[in-house]
Design a binder for this molecule. Structure first.
Ligand SMILES: [Zn+2]
Ligand SMILES: [Zn+2]
Length: 649
């Protein structure tokens, strides 16, 4: 596909498009999935703002315009020019420079005002200074809540030369020639099939190997903790790309481990997924070290992963291998969650991997996408394949009534939540209830763990949130805050909160009680029958959360100082369905019914066997009713099974 002559063709086409518009090109490079065109006179972009977009459309490639280093103004002059061009209401908080890529990073309160109408100011900055702006929203929160985001940006800036080298290598690999004519597509289940946890899928063609998600099993022990990356067909140096659908540990918890064992290729994820993934992995390392477990990797590999991560936006068609294009679509599950669409071999085959998805609106997010350019095979999550969830408003009422009843006895309600997703969803419910005076006035809501930082990451990307939440954030309101919400800053506070006589709600991580502050609160609150433990999310097999949910009332715990302690669970254990970020059975079927176009193959994953088998049977029975072809093939593979979905055997 991209033989040397093809590369020359691309260069010639770009040159012939740009020359008549007066653009002076100094060089053209492959940088990751993008073609970087270095130019000498960015001023022409003011009169021809769509120049890059036009070529991108013609070439079906992503184009980025960069400037020749010789024409860039000094940082001092550039800062002056930016301050003249951008209105003060934009609230610029910092301006930083990436000398290697020629980018100026502008952080501001109101990013729209930095871009200007139709990106007019953005183009002017580029034209007048020679620096390409990267504009980042900085929400008005405490600086410590932006720690991870700022560390990521700072680290990438400090390692810019390395990053450019990575991008060039990735670019060359993507545009290497196609060698084999015998084309096939094979999907291998490495983890998360007939189970929930350690999601990982290998997609192989005669040209390339792609890994979709590389998670850990939150309830796993020993061998089933990690996906089967030990397979001989997964040599890390031969993997072309790692694609991460969203920032839950069961989908991305093991990505840094790949770097520990020699992977040096790209990781594709949305920007919020990158930020949340780093935060959650560092959190995991912290929890494992405290629990005296040996972590599978260190901070070093998390940093390596950051430098190899290439952020993509929804709907951006991106070459990730000579014969594979990737496009992300909204999955409605958590901030930045994506369905991955793979277009293979110029139309040989198209795969949609849903990742975790919600085909239903939540307070936080819009519902998942259903329309794709083409699709033959869908790999679909099935967590609730055998169950429906009660409507959201019923679930909300139940949550409020359990909290109110607990508060009436001066008890405390502990809600274990994953830092990403359910925490924000529940906070929105509680803030709304407080505003509508549905909760007793004296109830304090404590948030502990990385929730605050995750909230701040939500405020950084309002464009990806539901219209209601977005408009609040753009008005500079923090939808996750209320005067009754208290941040737990120090560990010592936990004991004080547990001992106090005041009613309270505690939102703490982790969501399945496998480590983190939620377990600490459980130990403190469990013996008192006035207290309540409220589950609002799926509890994976093998986790402490699941064991309690299944009826265990006496548990042995390891305390922070290493003692063994037996804790009796006398507190009221309640599980409230309906808050899930997953589609329930009805929504899974509705997704298939609404999917355009219809697939020929459905591969079910991310569910326990009874959920998967029940869903598979229903899909087969109702195929016609769902608008699926009558010969639809529904597969329910287990881990280590492979499916040959296209090409000759
Ligand atoms: Zn998830
Ligand atoms: Zn999952």
């Amino acid at each position: 596909m991209y033989k040397k002559s093809e590369v020359r063709k691309i260069v010639l086409l770009i040159a012939s498009e740009l020359a008549p518009k007066g653009v002076q090109i100094t060089r053209i490079e492959f940088e990751g999935p993008e073609i970087a065109v270095y130019i000498k006179n960015p001023q022409v972009l003011v009169s021809h703002p769509d120049v890059a977009k036009d070529i991108a459309k013609k070439l079906k490639k992503r184009i980025v315009i960069r400037t020749d280093p010789a024409i860039r103004k000094s940082p001092k002059e550039t800062v002056e020019i930016i301050k003249q061009l951008v209105p003060p209401e934009a609230g610029i908080t910092s301006i930083m420079f990436d000398n290697v890529l020629g980018e100026v990073i502008i952080k501001a309160r109101k990013v729209g005002l930095v871009y200007g109408k139709g990106r007019a100011i953005y183009n002017k900055i580029l034209a007048e200074t020679g620096w390409r702006p990267t504009i980042i929203r900085e929400p008005p929160v405490k600086p410590e809540d932006l720690k991870t985001i700022n560390n990521i940006i700072g680290y990438m800036l400090s390692q810019s030369s390395y990053r450019l080298r990575v991008l060039r290598e990735v670019g060359e690999r993507i545009h290497r020639g196609v060698i084999f004519e015998n084309r096939y597509v094979r999907i291998t289940a490495l983890g998360g099939f007939l189970e929930v946890g350690r999601s990982a899928i290998l997609v192989e063609t005669s040209e390339s190997k792609i890994l979709l998600d590389v998670g850990i099993n939150p309830g796993g022990h020993g061998y089933d903790l990690y996906p089967r990356l030990d397979l001989s067909q997964v040599p890390l140096e031969e993997i072309d790309a790692v694609v991460i659908t969203h920032a839950h540990l069961d989908h991305m918890g093991l990505v840094p481990y790949l770097f520990k064992y020699g992977y040096r290729g790209p990781v594709y994820a949305t920007k919020p997924t990158r930020d949340l993934m780093v935060l959650s992995q560092l959190d995991l390392l912290d929890i494992m070290q405290r629990g005296s477990q040996r972590p599978p990797y260190s901070q070093l590999e998390v940093k390596k992963m950051i430098l190899h991560t290439i952020p993509l936006e929804y709907g951006e068609v991106t070459d990730i291998a000579p014969d594979v294009k990737l496009t992300f679509y909204n999955a409605g599950h958590i901030l930045g969650s994506a369905m991955a669409h793979l277009h293979i071999g110029e139309g040989l085959h198209n795969i949609v991997y849903t990742g975790d998805f919600k085909f239903g609106r939540t307070r936080l997010l819009d519902k998942a996408n259903t329309v794709f350019p083409r699709v033959e095979t869908v790999i679909m999550e099935s967590t609730y394949g055998d169950r429906n969830q009660p409507p959201r408003d019923e679930a909300e009422l139940e949550l409020i009534s359990v909290i109110s009843r607990t508060a009436a006895h001066k008890g405390k309600a502990l809600i274990p939540v994953m830092a990403v997703g359910r925490a924000q969803e529940i906070l929105l419910v509680l803030v709304d209830a407080l505003n509508r005076k549905l909760l007793p006035k004296d109830v304090k809501i404590y948030i502990d763990g990385s929730i605050r930082e995750v909230n701040a990451i939500h405020l950084t990307y309002p464009e990806l949130l539901s219209a209601q939440v977005r408009s609040k954030i753009l008005r500079d309101e923090n939808p996750f805050e209320h005067e009754s919400i208290v941040r737990v800053e120090k560990k010592q506070q936990r004991e004080e909160i547990a001992k106090s006589d005041e009613p309270a709600v505690i939102l703490a991580t982790s969501g399945m009680l496998n480590g983190g502050p939620s377990v600490e609160y459980l130990r403190l609150l469990a013996p008192d029958p006035r207290n309540a433990l409220i589950f609002v999310a799926y509890q994976a097999k093998g986790t402490l959360g699941r064991r309690i949910l299944d009826g265990e009332r006496e548990i042995t715990m390891v305390t922070e100082d290493g003692r063994l302690e037996t804790v009796k669970i006398n507190m009221n254990v309640v599980s409230i369905d309906g808050f899930s970020g997953h589609s329930d059975r009805r929504q899974l079927l509705a997704f298939l019914a609404n999917m355009k176009p219809k697939p020929k193959n459905i591969i079910l994953n991310h569910g326990e066997p009874q959920a998967i088998y029940s869903l598979a049977e229903t899909i087969r029975k109702r195929a016609r009713h769902l608008g699926l072809p009558s010969d639809i093939r529904v597969y329910t593979p287990g881990v280590l099974e492979s499916l040959h979905v296209a090409g000759t055997a």
